[in-house]
Design a protein. Structure first.
Length: 542
């Protein structure tokens, strides 16, 4: 127990050390703390208002609806949290098991300490406090239900942390080859997007009028006997006096903790045994993309970047994002056909996110650029050549597919599809220009290519905060196009909306040109600083 407490203290010691060392970490920590406080306040306010609404409508017996919503909604939040933690923070956002390999700590003690440190982090504390405030909505049903809901709060958080640890351990231990980890990484992203859009997909696919309460009651009954929804059912069992069910559900939760702990401990040992195992080497003939890129410095950089892009699962999602958005918005366009044209616009905004931190993904490869004297402008042009062609082709294909879906849905205004697609190209080019500047200034550490589900030590806050800077900047630089679109809609409706197409394209090309030029100058001026930062990031990945 003392060792586990020491691991928790070490977690916070590392966190405070990184905050003292980095001003960006401090800013990100403060913003994260504000979000955490906002989450707690929001849950408290929502629980109180729901409790008041229940008191006012006690005669209507809202208990079945509340029961169903808590179980289904809680399970949804459970799954979303587990996937999000794996996708963003990975195995050990501040501590990882391999860091303790030289200290001789028993596996069970180490696993218990890591689990306890996960509960004692800001996300764990925030979730626990939020769950402790949920009983405010049960206040009209008496003390037994409120007290049971308070008891269920730690059960919820321990279950979430235990299952998350198991999923992350399995992702890093069982899949040792880069190919298998790449496939799983992409699948996790897809699952997260599907889960996050699950409610919209269901409602738009079946229609809200076809979704009866009895269907949700059946789903809630099933989920209440799983580890995902059992803790949310405990207060309702106490209220109904179903103490046998109450005890059985607690047994399900306790068994889940034990199985997750045992499996995570075994996976820790398995990872230690297979660490360093040789991976199959695939030999390829020729020089690949180097044979058909321009014979110049920027051409060599383009070939190198394209080769890495196709093999890096951390950046490969940029190639799948348009297809994902097309599928999601095509499903949701059943009632509103124009919704499908959000696909090219959203794709344009999100496809540039890896490039906004492109130097961190390249890692120590930047050292070679500095040693041989590569100019910043050549580096920026080489990267833009690949991304601009890929992005424009993808957006064109997605735009055509959106028009096909729109026509199948019975849409009438083809002009809006052309406007959204070509304006999306303008947004993408502008976002790419912003990314070429931000990648030289606002770098943050990323997971190692060998372990895409890991996370650099103590940098989870910056990973969650800094990616939004280029996204916000991309919206700001497209303000001229937004103004033109608003004016055209107000004055002429859809008649002359096509005028926004050349405006968006000119806006995008201009920002891209400025971004490449400015990004090249910034890279030349900050070469040594960039190399020092990337060296530090490489040390965090070890």
């Amino acid at each position: 127990m003392l060792t586990a407490i020491l691991i928790v203290r070490l977690r916070w010691s590392l966190t405070w050390a990184y905050l003292r060392k980095s001003s960006w970490q401090t800013i990100g920590f403060i913003i994260g703390l504000i979000f955490a406080i906002g989450c707690v306040v929001g849950v408290a306010r929502g629980a109180w208002e729901i409790g008041t609404l229940v008191e006012r409508n006690a005669a209507a017996n809202p208990l079945p609806i509340m029961n169903t919503v808590m179980i289904v909604g809680g399970t949804f939040a459970f799954l979303l949290t587990s996937i999000l933690q794996l996708m963003l923070f990975g195995q050990g956002s501040t501590l990882s098991a391999d860091r303790f390999a030289l200290f001789g700590i028993r596996d069970r003690v180490l696993q218990f300490g890591l689990t306890l440190s996960g509960l004692c982090g800001i996300p764990g504390i925030t979730g626990l406090v939020a769950c402790l405030l949920i009983p405010l909505m049960y206040r009209s049903y008496g003390a037994p239900m409120v007290l049971t809901a308070l008891l269920a709060a730690p059960f919820i958080m321990i279950t979430i942390i235990s299952v998350s640890k198991l999923i992350m351990s399995a992702a890093t231990s069982l899949l040792q080859s880069k190919r298998s980890q790449s496939i799983l990484y992409i699948m996790i992203i897809l699952i997260f997007i599907l889960v996050a859009n699950g409610p919209n997909i269901v409602i738009n696919s079946f229609g809200i009028e076809q979704l009866r309460l009895s269907v949700f009651l059946s789903v809630a009954t099933f989920l209440s006997w799983t580890p995902f929804g059992a803790a949310f059912q405990l207060p309702f069992d106490a209220l109904a006096g179903n103490w046998l069910f109450f005890v059985v559900r607690i047994a399900i939760l306790l068994l889940t903790w034990v199985l997750c702990f045992m499996a995570s401990t075994w996976l820790m040992r398995h990872e230690r045994l297979v660490a360093g195992a040789a991976e199959k080497v695939v030999l390829r003939k020729g020089v690949g993309s180097f044979s058909w890129m321009p014979d110049s410095v920027s051409g060599a950089i383009s070939a190198r970047y394209l080769t890495y892009l196709l093999r890096d699962p951390r950046q490969a999602m940029v190639l799948l994002m348009p297809v994902i958005f097309l599928g999601l918005f095509a499903i949701q366009s059943a009632s509103l056909p124009e919704m499908v044209f959000m696909a090219p616009l959203m794709s344009a905004l999100f496809m540039m996110m890896p490039e906004s931190n492109g130097l961190a993904y390249d890692g120590m490869g930047m050292t070679m650029h500095v040693q041989i004297g590569v100019r910043g402008i050549d580096d920026r042009i080489g990267r833009v050549r690949v991304l601009a062609v890929l992005g424009c082709v993808y957006l064109a294909v997605i735009g055509i597919a959106s028009l096909v879906v729109y026509n199948l849905r019975g849409g009438q205004f083809v002009t809006i599809g052309m406007v959204c697609t070509l304006c999306g190209v303008g947004v993408y080019l502008a976002s790419l220009g912003v990314a070429e500047v931000c990648s030289c200034m606002f770098m943050y550490p990323v997971a190692s290519l060998a372990k895409p589900f890991s996370s650099p030590q103590g940098r989870a806050v910056s990973q969650g905060f800094l990616p939004f800077i280029p996204m916000l900047a991309s919206g700001v630089v497209m303000i001229p196009t937004v103004i033109v679109v608003i004016v055209l809609l107000v004055l002429s409706g859809m008649t002359y909306l096509w005028i926004a197409i050349p405006v968006a394209l000119v806006n995008g090309v201009l920002i891209l040109w400025l971004g490449v030029a400015l990004g090249g100058r910034i890279m030349d001026a900050r070469q040594l600083k960039i190399v020092a930062t990337l060296t530090h990031f490489a040390q965090l990945q070890r």
